[in-house]
Design a protein around this ligand. Structure first.
Ligand SMILES: Nc1ncnc2c1ncn2[C@@H]1O[C@H](COP(=O)(O)OP(=O)(O)O)[C@@H](O)[C@H]1O
Ligand SMILES: [Mg+2]
Length: 261
């Protein structure tokens, strides 16, 4: 299990962006982390994978543990070897390298035979990547690049996969394909922490969800509970459209309406 408790993160030693975040991802579960731009979703993932340093960020309080062991102060490569892989925002593929070189870049923690077997598995799953294995990755379409980014993370054989807005910028049909892929990966036993702005998609897939706003978890529950929540439906699922910019704002708006009537 991945566990975050009262996590606080600052950037440049001054800007507090996570203000006591607690969340859990049980082994083999899919957990959605939702929230508007700037809420701190990517920062949360960076705190898990040890990538805050490179962004001048630091955990100042709280804990991050995986299987009962603290991840704080562990090196990113040690964290990957420990079973956590991440697909970063904006599918960070290496555009100048070939498809296969990209996949091999995900395999630095694996032995050669294991890597070859995993490459074959990946090519069987995505024939398009097999076809283009010797072409530059930059020539793949957006959807194919996302598949490549996810495949690369899977080569490390993670038990937990962190996905940062995998559907962003993809056409609806490709979003569906990404969703199907996530369900498939999870069915193979990999736990998923899914950061999404597409709340409808994320809550369809997830078992539980957390809503993050302004560095704080403002609501959490089972996916069914969140889907049924009136305010979430209005704001995140766009069913009602109060023109609000946050879950909190919807709450205030509703309270004000009640008060006025
Ligand atoms: N390297 C950084 N230095 C300073 N502030 C940052 C940095 N990265 C992100 N932030 C700020 O932290 C807040 C949370 O950002 P982020 O975690 O990227 O949010 P989200 O992924 O939910 O959109 C934002 O206000 C953002 O501007
Ligand atoms: Mg982000």
């Amino acid at each position: 299990m991945l566990e975050l408790a009262n996590l606080e993160v600052v950037y440049h030693a001054v800007v507090l962006v996570l203000k006591g975040v607690s969340l859990e991802v049980p082994d083999g579960g899919i957990v959605a982390l939702l929230g508007p731009n700037g809420a701190g979703k990517t920062t949360t993932l960076r705190a898990i994978t040890g990538l805050l340093d490179v962004h001048h960020g630091k955990v100042t309080k709280g804990k991050v543990s995986w299987g009962g062991r603290s991840l704080l102060d562990q090196r990113p490569d040690v964290i990957v070897r420990g079973g956590i892989a991440q697909v970063m925002e904006g599918r960070r593929i290496l555009a100048d390298l070939t498809v296969e070189e990209n996949l091999r870049a995900g395999a630095y923690s694996r032995d050669r035979a294991g890597t070859r077997a995993d490459l074959e598995r990946c090519y069987a799953r995505f024939p398009i990547l097999a076809e283009r294995r010797h072409q530059q990755a930059g020539y793949l379409s957006g959807g194919e690049q996302q598949m490549l980014a996810i495949s690369r993370a899977l080569i490390a054989r993670p038990r937990l996969l962190l996905l940062d807005e995998p559907s962003l910028g993809l056409a609806p049909k490709l979003q569906h394909e990404v969703a199907r892929l996530i369900a498939e990966i999870n069915a193979e036993g990999v736990g998923i922490l899914l950061v999404e702005q597409n709340a409808a998609m994320a809550l369809d897939l997830a078992h539980r969800g957390y809503i993050l706003e302004n560095g704080k978890v403002v609501l959490d529950g089972t996916a069914a509970e969140l889907r049924a929540d009136k305010d979430i439906r209005e704001f995140y699922l766009g069913l009602g459209g109060a023109g609000a910019r946050s879950y909190r704002e919807v709450k205030l708006y509703r309270r004000r309406k009640r008060w006025l009537s």
